[in-house]
Design a protein around this ligand. Structure first.
Ligand code: ADP
Ligand code: MG
Length: 283
């Protein structure tokens, strides 16, 4: 049976849109000493917008990438298709999602790929002399039959109160870490802005779970907070998985111990304080 103090705390938190699976999840949370954040959709609002397009032939490039991305549910994909804003899309064959990297497929017999630098490099697309953006924007590279076509730049906005959340976690002596599939520049830009010192970029889902496993071996109790389908393995691997509720997928909610229905990540420090207090009552 779960002690009354814990049950009372869980019941109370429900009113604030914080859903906790069971008493053990709250107890585990009380012992957490590292909080790992996913970036897109967790620290940021997850609704990026296209802010720039660079290409010698922007019409062709936008037609191709929008056709390709119309097959994907990724927030970046949705933003691109919405920006293109046309029903005139090409038929895509052999569509493939490269998790944490981008998408590919063939259109009218040509192989189209769209994604991060890593994906384009793995397909041997020469990117020499192509400038990298410096200001935290997400840069998606597009190639056709192995040739660079251009870039689409998207910007995502930070959620409110993220800096305050990090500051409060530090006050609770909790190590903060950013793990993202995004590139070094964007990752460091965000980390610097909100003062997360520990940052790992270009992470595939398995890199995220491996990082968590290493920290656990070192004796850390880890909570992971994420939103996407990609995050499900690391939400499971962490001692405590926290899912964003609003835009979070059912899969990430299932994989987690705690759901923040209203997406208020600034509730987390308070939640940890409540967890610590409620285990004190029973011990
Ligand atoms: P995060 O870990 O920040 O939530 P993801 O793992 O979902 O990000 O994606 C990592 C990176 O892979 C993105 O920043 C983007 O460069 C690329 N990417 C992922 N999905 C797509 C897509 N559908 N189209 C283009 N690029 C993508
Ligand atoms: Mg994400």
């Amino acid at each position: 049976a779960t002690p009354t103090a814990i049950m009372a705390a869980i019941g109370n938190l429900t009113k604030y849109g914080i859903l906790i699976k069971d008493g053990q999840s709250l107890e585990e949370l009380a012992h957490v000493d590292e909080l790992i954040f996913d970036k897109t959709g967790t620290l940021t609002n997850g609704t990026p917008k296209v802010v720039n397009v660079t290409s010698d032939n922007p019409e062709e490039m936008m037609y191709l990438i929008s056709s390709l991305e119309s097959k994907s549910e990724h927030p970046l994909a949705k933003a691109i298709v919405q920006h293109y804003n046309s029903n005139d899309l090409a038929k895509v064959d052999n569509f493939k999602i490269h998790i944490g990297e981008g998408v590919s497929g063939s259109i009218n017999g040509s192989r189209i790929i769209a994604g991060n630098k890593k994906l384009l490099k793995s397909e041997n697309v020469p990117l020499d002399g192509i400038a990298e953006c410096q200001n935290g924007e997400i840069q998606i590279y597009v190639a056709k039959d192995g040739e660079y076509l251009g870039c689409v730049y998207l910007a995502d906005t930070l959620r409110k109160n993220t800096s305050k959340t990090i500051r409060r976690l530090k006050g609770l002596r909790i190590k903060t870490t950013l793990l993202t599939g995004d590139n070094e520049k964007t990752a460091k830009y965000i980390a610097e802005k909100i003062k997360i010192r520990n940052v790992k970029f270009n992470c595939l889902p398995q890199d995220k779970t491996e990082y968590i496993a290493r920290e656990q071996i070192l004796g850390h109790k880890v909570a992971m907070i994420g939103d996407g389908i990609n995050d499900a393995p690391s939400l499971k691997k962490a001692n405590v998985g926290i899912a964003m509720g609003n835009i979070g997928s059912d899969i990430s909610v299932d994989a987690s111990n705690i759901t923040l229905v209203n997406d208020n990540i600034d509730d987390v420090p308070q939640l940890i304080a409540v967890a610590r207090r409620s285990i004190k009552v029973i011990s």
